[in-house]
Design a binder for this molecule. Sequence first.
Ligand code: HDE
Length: 706
Amino acid sequence: MAETPKTDPLTPTRIVDAEILRGQGGETHQVAGGGVHVLTTQQGVPVADDQNTLRVGPRGPSLLEDFHFREKIFHFDHERIPERVVHARGFGAHGFFETTESLSDITQADLFQRKGEKTPVFVRFSTVAGNKGSPDLARDVRGFAVKFYTKEGNWDLVGNNIPVFFIQDAIKFPDMVHAAKQEPDRGFPQAQTAHDNFWDFVSLTPESTHMLLWIMSDRTIPRSFRFMEGFGVHTFRLVNAEGKASFVKFHWKPKLGLQSIVWNEALKINGADPDFHRRDLWDSIQAGDFPEWELGLQLFDEDFADRFDFDVLDATKIIPEELVPVRRVGRLVLDRTVDNFFAETEQVAFCTQNVVPGIDFTNDPLLQGRNFSYLDTQLKRLGSPNFTHIPINAPKSPVAHFQQDGHMAMRNPGGRANYEPNSWGPTHGGPRESRERGYRSYPAVEQGEKRRIRPELFADHYSQARQFYLSQTPVEQTHIKNAFVFELSKVETPAIRARVVSHLLNVDDGLARMVAEGLGLAPLPEPAPAARPVLGNLPPSPALSILKNGPKDMKGRKIGVLVTDGTDANLLRALGTAAQAEGVMVELVAPKVGGVTLSNGDTIAAKQKVNGGPSVLYDAVAVLPSAEGAALLAREATAKDFVSDAFAHAKFIAFSEAARPLFEKAGVTETDGGMVALKGAEDVTAFLAACRGVRHWAREAKVQAV
Ligand code: HDE
């Protein structure tokens, strides 16, 4: 059951008319002027009339002295702050991180010392390329940024849902982002990489090949934030109290397993519900079904780093989990939605340089560049070096320093001392450094010529791309091929398409040929010259496949049930009860949102009208109309789409006998193993058991010809 919405209709910010509210039983605050909240100006002056500007006579000019009007419009004019230059569209939630294993031998980071310790967190998920208002199901990397409010300051782990990146050196980031975002002359396309500039840049930047394989996989169209992994991407360091360092890669593993949608669904969800991902996170938290991930660490030492085929400082490479296992050391639970989107999700400022004692950087040139960029961007976005005074950014641990003033300073150090060293003594002299507790950088020994140069090992751009491709199931390989074909079909310059294929020839000959075939590209181009020879087949890594790491059950998923007047009440009840027992949400879709009258005379409200609740919004569907209902729906285009899309998207489908005419009109004339006829309550169990597989993939190949 969803909790009551958090917004109190009587919050002080709402326009409240004493006359209207009287007698409604609302909470009252004693504010000037009576027993209800009184609307005031920003200066706290009570307002008598918020409907009309001050003017001379009913038809006369407005007066400049109307301070209330001027203040209101002035504030409105300044409501917007710059959106993030990347990751503009995002959604956040509060929660906690619980340490499930003490890591005191590996790091002195306070949050990892005690098993059972809970640290408050704020997490923001995002897409990268689209603007703030872009749809959630753009094919894009997802940001997975976590702010840990530890007892020794804030630690920000600003990661993505893909463990590698497009480029190796931060100096290329502006180029990469410019190329991915809308083209500057025309201002489109937004929130998509399917255009010339993007593919031009990446095909001229072979180091992006590995990432291209990832972004053309279904990783970039996750079913929801709850079903995706997160990665810190770079190699970091953990340092223990003795000063001993280990290298580490951070992973987030979703408790519900991995799940993505299919591309045709993404295209349709973006129209049906552009807020699909935010709504999913909001709804699941409000329903008390708290999203959860495990934190995993890949720990390794210099010795391993020296032996590894690739450079651990290269953010275009992974360390396969089969080589260095992921050790699960804690859990992240999101259990509270924000009170205000702007105050929290929009104003949260993540900075990669926010680390705490026991966590340190490496020389990854991407990470080093990020450490400059994030602080800089917050100043632009939030407008003041005091952005740490905003509650969502403020540490929950004591803060004491001599930094002062600046725009919007909410707290300045008290007393006389605003510098150190000073001679005002421990009471009046302000804070002092602590050799024991203070942050100390790992004393890595560095040496070398000052040059603009990259390490030799960074130059193998294809071996891991191939390993990724070979680690996928055939279904996933087909999706990757289809995604390349889709995106490159939107590229207008044939030479760019050919250049991409020339790189794919170094990844997998079969993939390159299928993409060329799908594009109608002949003859095949020559393979792109490789800066380093491609290593032979690296062993496939099952951890890289979504389908091999999918859910074990339907928990946390949603079934859409198409009902009409006369729908069999017993069947519907059996489905509802069984679904609830499995932790599956059921949503009713009906010809009218007011609901339907079931076979037993009960009336039941619907969540969606049929044209607003297409089957793409659900993981599986049940089509349970009465005979009359089916005849009615057979004349409704959106009801036919409901069925034919569910079929085309390889969903599990339950149906009543009466639904057959609708199926025929929808072009679904034969049943297969993914379709379950519901004749009685016992069939419901079989349907839910089938749904655990999430999709009936065997059908997919049959419905795709091109
Ligand atoms: Fe970011 N990135 N990034 N990035 N990034 C930003 O910071 C940047 C990179 C990531 O929810 C910006 O506050 C550079 C990798 C996330 O608020 C900016 C480089 C990874 C978020 C910035 C990278 C990320 C950002 C824009 C190359 C995965 C959203 C707004 C060196 C490990 C955080 C902002 C949120 C946001 C710069 C590459 C993840 C401009 C220069 C690699 C999740 O500072």
